[in-house]
Design a protein around this ligand. Structure first.
Ligand code: BGC
Length: 376
């Protein structure tokens, strides 16, 4: 009996790393694994500063990987990558006409979705190799990833030095802290594009998940998914998630915005107004009892129900991901803000520091596995 107990590895707050393949030019890619005492595991890879896997026990203690992705680097480099787990920049979501005016100068950006720029252009931060270093801060462990985006990359003006710091603690909080500085005024909007299925990645749908968004308005889009510039109330529309609601409840309603996007794929204007102490979003999967809460300093969140996932390709653990089999909660500044006079500013100037903190907290909040083994 005591042998069994001592043979079971004690989950600990720790971070390790191992090779995760090489880029075509030979650059090594690393996979980091952070663990905590509640049996959570978070894996990160340095290609695109990605969240590669998140293992969380359900209410019975059964652990599953709840994020979508690929088993190997080749998958992420291939044509089926849908920004799985990736850090998005220099500008998350869309910029209409692939063009921005900064202090009176026009800049042509990389157009990668028709005439528009999506997620930073053809080679956004999701497809860059990030430098990395792990750390142990006592009550948290983490990995800091950095990327230097040169002047003119994807058409954006100025050099931009970006840092993303991931930390995990024993309260099942995965914290993402972003910072950036530039040497010339430039638009900056960073986010993470991780897709979750709280029943386990590879389960066919998220429509039974129950979502709450602390947002009474959203930014409607035109046919090209570019914001019209309005802030509209969600009241009496299928976009109202002020109270918990099954994602599938009204996703196929005859509503112009949903038809346009093939489901939910909009920027909600958070009522939290940048206050990270207030809950921004919560999603619960009733069968497993797993849940996810999001807290953020950002003014908006792109709630995306994976409408464009194509299925039919082999992903992690030999699973495939059909449409609506994952959801994203992308904390962000508003899409197309550089071209929208009434949206909050997203231009970073030299001497300023871009800063964002977003926390994903995972439920159920089970007691640490070793509660009864620990001494006083
Ligand atoms: C966008 C979707 C897009 C997806 C790409 C989301 O952030 O809002 O429209 O299809 O990213 O995976």
């Amino acid at each position: 009996m005591s042998e069994t107990l001592t043979e079971t590895p004690r989950p600990a707050l720790a971070v390790t790393r191992e090779p995760f393949g090489q880029m075509p030019d030979g650059t090594p890619i690393w996979r980091y694994r952070m663990t905590n005492r509640c049996r959570m595991t978070v894996e990160l890879v340095t290609y695109g500063a990605r969240i590669h896997a998140v293992h969380v026990p359900d209410m019975h203690g059964n652990s599953e990987d709840i994020t979508l992705g690929f088993d190997s680097l080749d998958g992420y480099l291939g044509e089926n990558d849908a920004y799985f787990g990736a850090t998005i920049g220099r500008y998350a979501n869309r910029i209409g006409g692939a063009r921005v005016d900064v202090n009176g100068t026009a800049h042509e950006l990389s157009a990668n979705e028709g005439a528009n720029t999506l997620h930073g252009g053809q080679h956004g931060f999701d497809s860059c190799v990030w430098a990395s270093e792990s750390f142990d801060a006592g009550s948290t462990v983490g990995v800091e990833m950095t990327y230097f985006s040169p002047d003119g990359e994807m058409g954006f003006p100025g050099n931009l030095a970006v840092t993303v710091r991931y930390t995990l603690d024993d309260a099942n909080r995965l914290r993402l802290h972003y910072s950036a500085v530039c040497d010339r005024a430039t638009p900056v909007n960073l986010t993470n594009h991780v897709y979750f299925n709280l029943a386990g990645a590879g389960m066919p749908s998220v429509l039974e998940h129950v979502a709450t968004l602390n947002a009474s308005r959203f930014t409607p889009v035109n046919e090209a998914m570019i914001p019209t510039g309005a802030l509209e109330s969600v009241a009496y529309t299928p976009l109202d998630f002020m109270r918990p609601r099954r994602i599938g409840d009204a996703i196929d309603d005859d509503h112009e915005q949903l038809i346009r996007a093939g489901g939910y794929d909009h920027n909600w204007v958070l009522d939290t107004e940048g206050d990270i102490a207030r809950l921004a979003a919560r999603v619960i999967e009733p069968e497993s009892g797993r849940g996810l809460e999001m807290f953020t300093t950002e003014p908006g969140v792109q709630f995306y129900t994976g409408n464009n996932l194509p299925g039919g390709f082999v992903a992690k653990n030999d699973k495939t991901y059909p449409p609506r089999s994952g959801f994203c909660l992308e904390a962000q500044r508003f899409p197309d803000a550089p071209n929208q006079a009434d949206f909050p500013n997203t231009i970073l100037s030299p001497g300023e520091k871009y800063s964002q903190t977003t926390i994903y907290r995972f439920l159920p909040d089970l007691p640490p596995a070793n509660t009864f083994l620990d001494g006083p």
